[in-house]
Design a protein around this ligand. Structure first.
Ligand code: NDP
Ligand code: OXD
Length: 309
């Protein structure tokens, strides 16, 4: 039994080193080195090359290095009978919450505009927005959405949420399903997308949805680029209905050089960094699942293949 790490960025060595440091008895390989394919039982993956998983005849589980698993479902070569797990981690949740709070406050207080003004030596006071006048609507009240909601409430925001199933969270009204979606949207001065990318949520941030938001709403997408219809966002910002957007995720990453988001004055883009899996914090759950796999015990943080998250 052994672990293979499959990811196409430059983080394989750091994850491998950290896994071996915590569990020297376990064989851990990079998919790029020579390794015994039939020994691999756990594949830890982040945006793996299509078909990379085909070469492991004894694979028992695919573990995402992140909270999202959409890229795993997209790969039709992932065996249908084996479990898929994802990261559920308090550090990932608090990092996301800090990022979104920073983005909202930077927008409220015009900090990006002042930085641009500074570069041109322009002294130009602007009107600013207040937390007390704002309702934040969070689409997706899962692990990340709920932590964000709690932190926003602690910071005096009025917060509402939207999910598929009802939730009881003190101080937060959570709407559910298509029937309650428009009521939820009509109250959201700031709309934050923290949904998983599934068949149901692909393209959900579109002109039909933007129309339901209050005038001058601000949209933040920190989930996946596939949730957003880019042209619809541009249309609704350019026609003045939306005040702007903060986008951390894109259909294609890195965002193509010629994409209009790069230069739009009302769009704040960041390079998919809202919350990045912390190696030290995440390794214990990967190793615990490996041991559970070895002992035939139920795995933690498995996703539901039917629902796609
Ligand atoms: P969870 O699975 O814990 O939560 C998902 C939430 O979305 C749940 O509340 C679920 O409802 C709700 N939901 C799913 N489908 C629908 C639907 N069709 N209609 C309404 N609500 C729906 O996910 P996490 O909170 O852990 O993560 C969310 C996403 O954030 C990830 O999938 C990933 O794509 C993204 N992410 C982005 C990062 C970044 O750096 N930009 C970092 C980490 C994650 P219910 O509770 O009823 O099931
Ligand atoms: C994740 C991400 O899903 O970083 O964890 O996007």
């Amino acid at each position: 039994m052994a672990i293979v790490i499959i990811r196409q960025d430059n983080k394989i060595d750091s994850w491998k080193k950290a896994l071996i440091a915590k569990a020297p008895d376990i064989s851990v390989y990079s998919y790029l080195e020579e390794h015994p394919k039939e020994e691999i039982t756990l594949a830890c993956v982040w945006k793996q090359p299509v078909d990379a998983l085909k070469q492991y005849p004894n694979l028992k589980c695919v573990a995402s290095f992140g909270a999202g698993v959409d890229f795993i479902f997209k790969d039709k070569s992932v065996p249908e009978h084996i479990p898929i797990t994802r990261v559920v981690d308090p550090v990932l949740a608090s990092d996301m919450s800090e990022f979104v709070l920073a983005l909202i406050l930077s927008y409220f207080k015009n900090l990006n505009n002042y930085k641009i003004d500074q570069s041109k030596k322009v002294w130009q006071p602007r009107e600013y927005k207040r937390i007390s006048d704002t309702t934040v609507g969070i689409m997706g009240m899962g692990v990340l959405g709920e932590k964000l909601a709690e932190d926003l409430v602690k910071n005096r925001f009025n917060v509402i949420g939207w999910a598929t199933s009802p939730k009881i969270i003190p101080g937060i009204e959570v709407y559910t399903g298509d029937n309650e979606k428009n009521t939820f949207l009509s109250r959201s001065n700031i709309l934050i997308c923290l949904l998983p990318l599934t068949k149901e949520t692909t393209g959900i941030l579109n002109n039909k949805l933007f129309k339901e938001l209050p005038k001058q709403a601000y949209v933040i997408n920190v989930a996946r680029g596939g949730h957003l219809v880019d042209e619809d966002l541009l249309e609704y910002i350019n026609n003045g209905h939306l005040a702007g957007a903060g986008l951390d995720v894109f259909h294609e990453e890195p965002l193509p050089f010629e994409h209009p988001f790069w230069t739009h004055p009302k769009i704040h883009i960041t390079p998919h960094v809202a919350s990045v899996s912390d190696i030290e914090s995440v390794i214990p759950q990967l190793l615990e699942n490996y041991r559970r796999l070895t002992e035939g015990l139920p795995l933690k943080y498995t996703v539901n293949r039917e629902k796609g998250y």
